[in-house]
Design a protein around this ligand. Structure first.
Ligand SMILES: Cc1cc2nc3c(=O)[nH]c(=O)nc-3n(C[C@H](O)[C@H](O)[C@H](O)COP(=O)(O)OP(=O)(O)OC[C@H]3O[C@@H](n4cnc5c(N)ncnc54)[C@H](O)[C@@H]3O)c2cc1C
Ligand code: SF4
Length: 563
């Protein structure tokens, strides 16, 4: 059988690097430019606001717009999706002396936890393995937290530009000088429609990329400046739902095992989470490593199957699904971090740089911490007499001295050990956490997700039919994401459109939003792949598994409010 990597997409990162092209007077000049209103980008904006308030002279020198932030979603929060059980340490530090952690809207602290090993009908409660202990953490909706943080950033003087996709990295004389935003109002073939608005050059002294998972310009920057890490990045796909429920859930639940298969040949690494959201809601999600091999694996449908388990069904009884969404999570960890987190004029933070502890399923506090540290380095670069290159290099040093680095080092082989199977991998993962990373496992090279050789089993036969109450099909899930992508805009997904049947079927099953369909047999061992790009919720899985997601027109995509 094939590997998706044998059919690379028609995509070159260099196509997204450009010199500024707007005439000088028409460029939009800002002091510091942030791409992405996730926890990383918003923490960066908030910290910059604090620093500029303390140093009004610097703010004045930066001109009319000292800090600008572009976000491709309809509004901050629209594209944010997470668990989100959050370690509070970075939020506390970000707002120290200004706002109490308890005053940030949340669903309160974690009150207890239960971990189950599932089989199709039974659930064996096991003691929580060390990485799954959540004492001291609090539960949020990341989308709601994003809106709260965006308000704080605006109060601090950041100009937020929603519905704006950063499409090209502006590089001049070897230095990043900003981004070019995408055009709006183009038709399917790229033609200008009546409401056409060209993109613009946003020019800045420092550009902070906080794009999150599968960051488009982050990938371009890694390529342009040779910043790739020791190991390739790998990803998990998370699909989640929010439910209104009749009976409150009081503790967080994690499950392992069914409906994933334990056999090493399948490489099905992952599990589920069920987190309470106050008295009348909960969130339930399924996360699976994208190095899986079965062409019929669908994380969307595995989540539907999970909900039919007696233990899980009980939690949802009498309830109603109120939201749905999907997103990838970088899971390569320490060895997949970029070799440097800065380039001339540029800083990288959060998930875009791969700052996730996958064993704990935690990234929000690393994103916030890295955003805060990026703000301090960017601010340092603007001080009179500062040498920008040295000031930006101080960001790398600060990250290396922070808990981001030591935490990720401790679990540095976490993702790779699961390649040895669930039971051996699980035991090694716990041993690594307990020993605080002192166990040496030798070099465990990660393989890019798209290089996993495919196999086929009859997995689809176990997926439950959608009943519209407990279980749903992909199109109704896309509807529940609030997706409003315009049908007639240019296709933003780059894939080969003639591929062997197994690759086409892999994409069709993998995509949680039903973007791909297997078309006609072309008679030469390939089939046509048909796409419905307007279904896309920009989860990023296709970029891990042989294609490439590029940002569609700003304002497209899901409109998450509770995820
Ligand atoms: C299913 C799931 C469960 C998780 N559970 C947890 C958990 O319980 N606890 C935890 O701590 N972490 C969890 N994580 C991880 C956590 O959500 C991430 O680590 C965190 O959101 C990363 O923050 P970020 O700011 O780097 O990126 P993001 O949160 O992804 O934000 C990036 C923002 O940038 C915008 N953007 C991207 N590219 C562009 C562009 N080119 N132009 C304009 N805007 C752009 C996006 O629209 C988005 O709003 C989970 C993740 C998933 C998917
Ligand atoms: S097409 Fe969109 S929703 Fe589907 S896998 Fe790709 S990025 Fe995710």
């Amino acid at each position: 059988m094939s590997r998706p990597s044998d059919f690379p997409p028609p995509y070159a990162p260099s196509d997204y690097v450009a010199e500024p092209s707007d005439p000088e007077g028409e460029q939009i000049e800002v002091g510091i430019l942030i791409v992405g209103a996730g926890p990383a980008g918003l923490a960066c904006a908030i910290r910059l606001g604090q620093l500029l308030e303390e140093h009004p002279g610097v703010a004045e020198r930066l001109g009319e717009v000292p800090v600008a932030l572009v976000e491709k979603g309809k509004q901050p929060g629209s594209h944010l999706l997470s668990g989100a059980v959050v370690n509070p340490r970075s939020l506390r530090r970000l707002f120290r002396g200004r706002l109490r952690f308890e005053d940030i809207p949340s669903y309160g602290p974690v009150h207890g936890e239960a971990v189950y090993l599932l089989t199709k009908r039974a659930a064996l409660r096991i003691p929580p393995p060390p990485p799954m202990r959540n004492h001291g953490n609090s539960i949020f909706s990341l989308s709601q937290l994003g809106r709260f943080l965006a308000d704080r950033a605006e109060e601090g003087g950041t100009m937020i530009l929603p519905e704006t996709a950063a499409e090209k990295l502006l590089v001049s004389h070897g230095r990043v000088v900003g981004v070019r935003t995408g055009d709006k109002g183009r038709g399917r073939e790229g033609e200008q429609l009546g409401n056409f608005e060209p993109g613009a050059d946003l020019v800045a002294s420092v550009t902070v990329l906080a794009e999150g998972t599968q960051g488009h310009l982050t990938g371009v920057a890694l390529d342009r400046f040779g910043l790739a890490g020791e190991d390739p990045q790998v990803w998990e796909l998370g699909v989640k739902e929010v439910w209104k429920v009749a009976k409150p859930l009081r503790h967080v639940v994690h499950t392992m095992g069914w409906p994933l298969r334990l056999g090493t040949k399948y490489r099905e690494f992952g599990g589920s989470f069920v987190y309470p959201m106050g008295d009348d809601m909960l969130t339930i999600g399924m996360v699976v490593g994208l190095d899986y091999r079965d062409v019929e694996l669908s994380v969307h449908d595995l989540l539907q199957e999970l909900k039919t388990h007696p233990r899980i069904r009980k939690l949802l009884a009498g309830g109603e699904r109120v939201a749905w969404g999907a997103k990838t999570i970088p899971s390569g960890g320490f060895h997949s971090l970029p070799s440097r987190l800065h380039a001339p004029g540029l800083l990288l933070c959060g998930d875009g740089a791969g700052m996730v502890n996958i064993a704990r399923l935690k990234g929000v506090h690393y994103a916030i911490e890295s955003g805060r540290l990026a703000a301090e380095a960017a601010f340092g670069a603007l001080q009179p007499g500062a040498t920008p290159a040295t000031a930006l290099a101080s960001y790398d040093a600060a990250v290396r001295e922070s808990f981001i680095w030591s935490d990720l080092y401790e679990v540095r082989n976490m993702r790779q050990v699961f390649g040895r199977g669930f039971l051996v991998g699980g035991a090694l993962a716990s041993a690594m956490t307990v020993s605080k990373g002192r166990i040496e496992l030798g070099a465990l090279q990660a393989e890019p997700d798209a290089e996993a050789p495919l196999l086929r089993s009859d997995q689809t036969s176990s997926y439950p039919a959608a009943d519209g109450e407990l279980t749903f099909d992909k199109l109704s899930s896309v509807f529940a994401s609030g997706n409003k992508t315009r049908d007639d805009q240019p296709d933003h997904i780059r894939i080969q459109s003639r591929v062997p049947r197994d690759v086409a079927e892999l994409w069709a099953h993998m995509c949680p939003a039903q973007v791909y369909e297997v078309g006609d047999d072309l008679g030469d061992g390939t089939v046509e792949v048909r796409t419905s790009p307007s279904n896309c919720v920009q989860c990023g899985a296709i970029s891990a598994k042989g294609g490439r997601l590029t940002p569609p027109e700003g304002g497209s995509g899901p409109e998450y409010t509770l995820t």
